[in-house]
Design a protein around this ligand. Structure first.
Ligand SMILES: [Zn+2]
Length: 187
């Protein structure tokens, strides 16, 4: 999936979680944590595999459910002390959503061998056709077919929803930009 596809999936999942659990829309710093979670697996694996050759490929350490579980448990324990559980929940939804987003296409195509990254390192690293090269090599090798259009559509829907929710999270990054509290505007 492209980065914006991951961001869109994360926002849609988190919106569904907030609505079903609290009947509220996404809000504040948790949305920033969500955004980080949606991109972190690639930010870990791609540079370490493609640029520094520390990892076997661009879907290994950061794309493993085992590593993700350990990371999320550790973050949850810290979050309990700092009253940051909502942010960790959002981060976790974004992170796990990324992993399943990457697993979706091979699973739909019946290529379950390519879903094995979820079990790394218990399941050996997948041998991809394009195992070496820099960012641009991988960028130009990406598919621009119907799936890319599907992700673009998903991104438009998620961006429209984010706009409708008064751009939550933006106020954390852009000081002075205010959004009304979720208590003022329940979903
Ligand atoms: Zn990924």
């Amino acid at each position: 999936m492209w980065p914006w596809g991951h961001a869109a999936v994360g926002y849609l999942l988190y919106t569904a979680y907030r609505r079903s659990r609290f009947d509220l829309r996404p809000h504040g710093v948790a949305v920033v944590a969500l955004a980080v979670g949606t991109q972190l697996p690639d930010l870990i694996d791609k540079p370490l595999a493609w640029q520094f050759a520390v990892l076997p490929n661009g879907r290994s350490f950061g794309h493993s459910l085992l590593i993700a579980a350990a990371l999320l448990v550790a973050l949850w324990l810290v979050a309990r002390r700092f009253d940051a559980r909502e942010s960790v929940a959002a981060f976790g939804i974004g992170y796990i959503g990324h992993l399943f987003g990457d697993a979706l296409y091979p699973a739909l195509a019946g290529e379950f061998h390519y879903v094995g990254f979820l079990g790394w390192p218990l399941i050996p690293a997948i041998e991809y056709e394009l195992a070496t090269g820099g960012f641009l090599d991988h960028l130009f090798a990406l598919d621009l077919g119907p799936l890319a259009l599907f992700e673009l559509g998903l991104t438009v829907v998620a961006a429209a929803l984010w706009y409708r929710h008064e751009l939550p999270g933006l106020g954390v990054l852009v000081p002075g930009y205010g959004e009304s509290t979720p208590e003022e505007r329940p979903e």
